[in-house]
Write a protein that binds this ligand. Structure first.
Ligand code: SIN
Length: 250
């Protein structure tokens, strides 16, 4: 397996590995890289849906999306397709399904059909977003909680969460699901939420992935946010996403 870091803040890429045949030592390397770098790109994969799910299950029990359609015969695999830019729900900075009480920990996205241009995905490191806040802002946010809602689900999560495995603190609000701070109105919350998401998606915290056939990208929703760029017009773009059941954020 060869690896190279993708940016100074987030992401690592592996080549020369077949995730369908990975032994336990190889999996330990990938998992450690995911915890350290937040995003792991693996090139040249061709996993069947069953192999994709089996790889996800090595991280833990799989999560099923509460509303969006799955791949036929595989309800745990979210089918992401081009429904038109105005209907895209992923072209926004978010962590996956944070409206749930136990949002997914790890997401694993495999390209199936790619447009001839565009359709990149971006990720941003939320540990660094936290680290870069001023001491005063850290003090203010510590202990605050925010309401995340969508798909008729609503959950309240800490604004600063501590990763259960790395022990690191990360900023945990996003533009896709976070509606307001607890005990505050949406109008009162909006300016600070906007400021935090802008701060947390600064270009030097991000990796932008240009998809090629056979790419598989996994990320740790507990320490990164992501954004799917919809700039491929009406072209077909099909992705399969497996998510792993997470813990209650703390
Ligand atoms: C997502 O998981 O939000 C979708 C990412 C993508 O389609 O690139």
């Amino acid at each position: 397996m060869q690896s190279r870091r993708l940016t100074g803040s987030i992401g690592i890429e592996f080549r020369g590995v077949d995730l369908a045949q990975l032994d336990d030592d190889g999996f330990a390397v990938i998992k450690a890289a995911l915890l350290e770098h937040g995003v792991v790109v693996v090139r040249d994969q061709n996993l069947t849906p069953a192999e994709h799910k089996a790889f996800g299950e090595r991280f833990g029990p799989l999560h099923t999306h509460p509303a969006a359609p799955g791949v036929e015969g595989h309800p745990e695999i979210l089918l992401l397709q081009n429904y038109g830019k105005s209907r895209s729900i992923t072209e926004v900075w978010h962590s996956d399904v944070t409206c749930e009480a136990r949002p997914p920990s790890v997401s694993i996205l495999h390209s199936r059909v790619l447009p001839t241009y565009g359709g990149d995905t971006m990720w941003a490191n939320q540990y660094l977003a936290y680290d870069r806040l001023s001491d005063g802002m850290k003090r203010m946010l510590e202990g605050m909680r925010a309401v995340h809602a969508a798909f008729n689900l609503e959950s309240v999560h800490p604004v600063i969460r501590t990763h259960p495995e790395t022990g690191r603190k990360a900023l945990f609000v996003n533009a896709g699901f976070t509606r307001r701070f607890e005990d505050m109105s949406p109008e009162e919350s909006r300016p600070l939420l906007d400021l935090l998401v802008r701060h947390a998606s600064s270009p030097d915290l991000c990796y932008r992935h240009q998809w090629t056939e056979g790419d598989l990208v996994m990320w740790d929703n507990r320490g990164v946010m992501h954004f799917a760029v919809h700039d491929y017009d009406e072209q077909e773009r099909v992705m399969h996403r497996v998510t792993v059941q997470g813990d209650e954020p703390r």
